[in-house]
Ligand binder design. Structure first.
Ligand code: HEM
Length: 368
């Protein structure tokens, strides 16, 4: 019998199940998980772009982009996206770069460290605090939301809501140029966005963005440290960094599962999804589909134009792609410069953990 995504063995290593799904069960209902599973690269890409497969409703009263569709979704995206690209992004770079160096230098002089706890958890939090224009003293608190990410957001937003509301009130009275001000002064259909939407969207940035970035960053560093020859190549040719990042996201995406709900019966290449059913698009499986990627389990930064679904596809494709890449580039640059002897601690790669989002929980390294 096919194991569920929820079974402990699959939790430890989902890739054997993904292989079986792609080969023999390209569309199958997982009772325990409560969704139809889509596992092949082409089917996942098509499902993410299919307007009949919509985002599931939010679990709390706070709305954010990932739960909106149609006009409201397009309008909110249009509001948010300018703040995450172009000049706004260039302004963020300085803050992220500085933070990466401060965090990396704090480790210099040490013999060993855990890069997940001491670096990866912190950098996306600093990026989020900078982007939202929050006081830097709040970074430690924000780090908790960035670390707990989607789990926290799914469970309810009470404390995040309470934390952000006073800042929202202040930005409404006296807007600045940060992302929170952009949201507070934005108008949709001629009216300001309600507080729930502002807080929900800021929460996406802290939770979904922060968690995904720290997991992806941890996998990126783990992959390079596991392949010293490729790390050397990136050191010598920094122009390879974006390819090394993209390849890590393909092989070890931070988000393994994106959920959808079928509005009507949907006939796919793999079978028919009934109306009303929940659908799990398995990004972790799509990235290892041998029909799309040769030798998919291998980490290879020279792989020609990897192309991947780690940021989703279609109308909900991630708005933080550039901020995440910038964060990863600043991170690697700072670590390589501040810690020239950085290498993997003996003992093998710690197992990745997580069902919806996934990544290494620790990354022990030697520095001296
Ligand atoms: C490596 C890091 C990241 C990964 C792997 C990632 C992954 C994803 C994925 C898979 C989606 C699609 C969800 C869906 O289709 O329902 C998504 C959406 C989104 N992401 Fe990211 N993300 C990352 C970083 C960020 C950052 C840093 C931000 C914020 C600055 C961000 C903001 C968003 C937003 C706002 C959406 C919703 C877009 C929409 O529904 O239209 N993400 N992300």
């Amino acid at each position: 019998m096919l194991p569920s995504l929820r079974s402990p063995a699959v939790g430890r290593d989902p890739y054997p199940l993904y292989r079986t799904l792609r080969t023999s069960y390209p569309l199958v209902h997982d009772e325990a998980f409560g969704a139809w599973l889509i596992s092949r690269y082409e089917d996942v890409r098509a499902a993410l772009a299919d307007p009949r497969l919509v985002a599931p409703p939010p679990k709390s009263t706070l709305t954010h982009l990932t739960h909106l569709e149609d006009r409201a979704h397009a309008a909110h995206r249009a509001l948010l996206s300018p703040a995450l690209r172009g000049r706004a992004l260039a302004a963020l770079r300085a803050g992220v770069e500085r933070a990466a160096f401060v965090l990396a230098r704090r480790l210099s002089g040490r013999q060993e460290a855990d890069l997940v706890a001491e670096f990866c958890h912190w950098l996306p939090a600093v990026a989020a605090v900078t982007a939202l224009g929050l006081p830097h003293e709040e970074t430690a608190r924000v780090r908790e939301w960035c670390r707990d990410g989607l789990t926290h957001l799914g469970a309810g937003h009470g404390d995040l809501d309470a934390f952000l509301r006073p800042y929202v009130a202040r930005r409404r009275a006296r807007p600045g140029r940060d992302l929170l001000s952009v949201l507070c002064t934005a108008r949709a259909d001629g009216r300001p966005l309600p507080d729930e939407t502002v807080v929900g969207t800021a929460g996406t940035l802290l939770g979904a963005g922060g968690e995904a970035t720290h997991l992806a960053l941890a996998s990126f560093l783990a992959n390079l440290l596991d392949h010293p020859a490729q790390l050397r190549l990136v050191r010598e040719r920094p122009a390879l960094m974006p390819a090394a990042w993209a390849e890590s996201l393909r092989r070890d995406p931070a988000v393994h599962i994106v959920l959808r709900r079928a509005l009507v019966p949907v006939v796919t290449g793999a079978g028919t999804i009934p109306a009303g059913a929940a659908v799990a698009c398995l990004l972790g499986s799509a990235g290892r589909d041998p029909a799309r990627f040769a030798a998919p389990d291998r980490y290879d930064i020279l792989r020609p134009a990897p192309g991947q679904l780690a940021f989703g596809a279609g109308r909900h494709r991630c708005l933080g792609v550039q901020l995440a890449r910038l964060t990863a580039e600043c991170a690697l640059h700072a670590l390589l410069e501040a810690l020239p002897r950085l290498r993997r601690a003996p003992g093998g790669r710690p197992a990745d953990e997580g069902l919806i989002t996934r990544g290494p929980k620790t990354l022990p390294v030697l520095l001296g």
